[in-house]
Write a protein that binds this ligand. Structure first.
Ligand SMILES: [Zn+2]
Length: 490
C-alpha cells in the first residue's frame, strides 16, 4: 500500500531532493549499458598504439587511394604489385568475398583464423596492415574522432619515431659491455641528432590529422577537440643496443618536444629477445631515465600467461618494471597476481601511485582471458590505480566504451569507472600539477580549487592553475563533462 506523505515530509521532499544515486550497472542489460557507457565521459586513453588503431576498412581504403596492392594469398596489403596473387587494393575493395577475407586477416574478429591463436593472429596482423607514411596522420585523425564520439578528449598515443635511423645507429655502435658504456657511445655517435627529424615527422602527422579533421573550418570534426600527446615506443626485438638507441633517442625527444611525453617498450613480451633481454632492458630504462624521474616511462609488463612463457619468465616482469626500471605506469599487468611477491608489489604500486593500464578486450583476444576472470578486480581490491584502454582497437575491432562494459562484467561499479576515467588524466604524462590532492581517491581537490570542481569557470588561484597546467586544464574539462553527464541521468 502506498503511504501518503505528511505535509511536512512532502515539503521537505520538495525542498531537498534525494541525493543523486549512481545507477547499478550490474543490473543494466547489455543495450542499456552500451548506450550509457558510450556517452559516459571516459577521461582519456593512456594505452593506444597508433599503428593498431585504424579499422581494416580504413587501411584498405588508404591502400586503394595510394595505389597499393593486396597479396590475396597472404591476405596482406603490399607495396609491391608484381606476382600472380597480387591484386590492386581498389579491386579487393570492390569484391565482397575478398574484402571480407582481408578484414578477417587484418583483425582478430575471427577466432582461429588460418589456425592461428589469438596471440599469433594479433601480432602478425601488424605486418599485413601496410600503409604509406602520410597515413599515420589519417590514423591519428580517426583515433581522435573515435574518442570524441565517445565523449573522451585526451589520448596518449604510442608511436615508433625514426625507426630505421635510430636502430641503424644502434647497430653501427654495437653493444659496449654495459648500459653506461653503450649510452656514452650512442651519444658520441650522435643519437640526439635525430631529434629534429622526429619533430619534423610529428609536424607532418599532426598537420595531416588536422587536414583530415578539417580543424579550424566551420564544419570541423569533433576529433579536433581531443588533446593528444605521444609516447616514443621502442621495440624489444633484436640486439639490445638497437632497443637502447631507440630509447635514448626517445629521452632526447621528450626533453626537446613537448608533444612527446614519455617512453614505452613494445613487441610481444613473450618473444625470444623480449624474454632473454628483459632484465637488461629494465637496467637500460633505469639508467636512461634516472629511474623514471627524468623521463616518464610506461612499460608493457605482465602481458603474459603460462601458455606463452615459462613459470620463471612469468614470475617477475611487473615487479622489475616498477622496482628496477622505475615505470610510472604498467601496460596490462595481467601476470602480476602470478608473480613472486605479488601482494608486496601490488601494495608498493598502490603506495607509490603506479598505475596499471588495463586492456580487457585486448587481453580477451590475445591472452584468452575472460573479462570476468581478469585481475582488474584484484587490482581494485589492492588499491592499485587503474585506467582502462583499448590497446589496438583497429585489430581487436573494439571501442573504449566496450572496455568499460567489460569492466562491468568484471564487477566494476559506477564509482570504479568514474575513478578509472579520472585516473586516465591524473596519471597521464601531461605537464603541470593536477586538480586533485588525492589521485585514485578523488575526495580532495587541491586547496586552490576546493569547492570549485565541476563549476563552469575556475576562479582565483584555481583559474591560475588551470591556465598554466595542461593536466589541470584537461581535468577541469573532464569534471565539467562528468557533471553534465550525471545531471542528465541521475
Ligand atoms: Zn599495448
Amino acid at each position: 500500500m502506498r503511504r501518503l506523505l505528511t505535509p511536512l515530509a512532502a515539503a521537505l521532499a520538495l525542498a531537498t531532493p534525494a541525493a543523486a544515486a549512481p545507477p547499478d550497472l550490474a543490473k543494466m542489460g547489455a543495450a542499456e549499458l552500451a548506450a550509457f557507457l558510450k556517452a559516459f565521459p571516459k577521461g582519456g586513453e593512456l594505452h593506444n598504439h597508433l599503428g593498431g588503431g585504424a579499422p581494416a576498412e580504413d587501411i584498405l581504403a588508404w591502400a586503394a587511394q595510394d595505389g597499393l596492392c593486396v597479396d590475396t594469398a597472404a591476405l596482406a596489403i603490399s607495396f609491391a604489385c608484381a606476382g600472380e596473387a597480387m591484386k590492386p587494393a581498389a579491386e579487393v575493395q570492390a569484391s565482397e568475398p575478398l574484402r571480407s577475407a582481408l578484414i578477417d586477416s587484418l583483425t582478430t574478429r575471427r577466432p582461429g583464423f588460418r589456425d592461428r591463436s589469438g596471440h599469433d593472429q594479433f601480432f602478425t596482423a601488424f605486418a599485413r596492415r601496410a600503409t604509406t607514411p602520410k597515413r599515420a596522420g589519417d590514423a591519428l585523425a580517426e583515433t581522435l574522432d573515435g574518442l570524441a564520439r565517445q565523449n573522451t578528449f585526451y589520448a596518449e598515443l604510442m608511436v615508433t619515431p625514426q625507426f630505421g635511423p635510430s636502430r641503424g645507429l644502434g647497430a653501427r655502435v654495437g653493444w659496449r659491455g654495459t648500459p653506461a658504456a653503450t649510452r656514452a657511445a650512442l651519444a658520441a655517435a650522435g643519437i640526439d641528432g635525430l631529434v629534429p627529424a622526429v619533430s619534423a615527422d610529428t609536424d607532418r602527422i599532426v598537420e595531416r590529422a588536422r587536414e583530415v579533421l578539417r580543424c579550424g573550418a566551420a564544419d570541423e570534426r569533433p576529433g579536433c577537440q581531443v588533446t593528444f600527446r605521444f609516447l616514443a615506443q621502442a621495440l624489444r626485438d633484436g640486439p639490445p643496443e638497437q632497443t637502447m638507441a631507440q630509447l635514448q633517442m626517445g629521452v632526447a625527444v621528450v626533453a626537446a618536444d613537448r608533444r612527446w611525453v614519455g617512453l614505452q617498450l613494445v613487441a610481444p613480451e613473450d618473444g625470444f629477445d623480449s624474454t632473454r633481454y628483459y632484465d637488461l632492458h629494465m637496467q637500460i630504462v633505469d639508467l636512461l631515465t634516472d629511474h623514471g624521474r627524468a623521463t616518464p616511462v610506461a612499460l608493457h609488463a605482465g602481458e603474459l600467461t603460462l601458455k606463452l612463457v615459462t613459470p620463471r619468465t612469468l614470475s617477475h616482469h611487473v615487479r622489475d618494471a616498477v622496482r628496477v626500471a622505475g615505470a610510472r605506469r604498467i601496460g596490462h599487468g595481467v601476470a602480476l597476481p602470478e608473480e613472486v611477491g605479488a601482494d608486496a608489489t601490488a601494495e608498493e604500486m598502490a603506495a607509490k601511485g603506479v598505475l596499471i593500464e588495463v586492456n580487457m578486450l585486448s587481453n580477451q583476444a590475445i591472452l584468452e582471458i575472460d573479462p570476468k576472470d581478469h585481475p582488474y578486480a584484484w587490482f581494485r581490491k589492492k588499491g592499485v590505480p587503474v585506467a582502462l584502454s583499448t590497446d589496438d582497437a583497429g585489430i581487436t575491432r573494439t571501442e573504449l566504451s566496450g572496455d568499460y562494459a567489460a569492466a562491468v562484467r568484471n564487477g566494476a561499479t559506477y564509482a570504479d569507472l568514474k575513478t578509472a576515467a579520472r585516473n586516465a588524466i591524473a596519471f597521464s604524462f601531461l605537464a603541470g600539477d593536477g586538480l586533485w590532492a588525492d589521485p585514485n581517491v578523488y575526495r580532495r581537490p587541491v586547496a586552490a580549487c576546493a569547492g570549485q570542481i565541476g563549476a563552469e569557470t575556475p576562479k582565483g588561484a584555481c583559474a591560475g592553475l588551470v591556465a598554466r597546467s595542461d593536466k589541470a586544464r584537461e581535468q577541469w574539462r573532464h569534471e565539467r563533462l562528468l557533471k553534465a553527464f550525471e545531471a542528465a541521468r541521475f
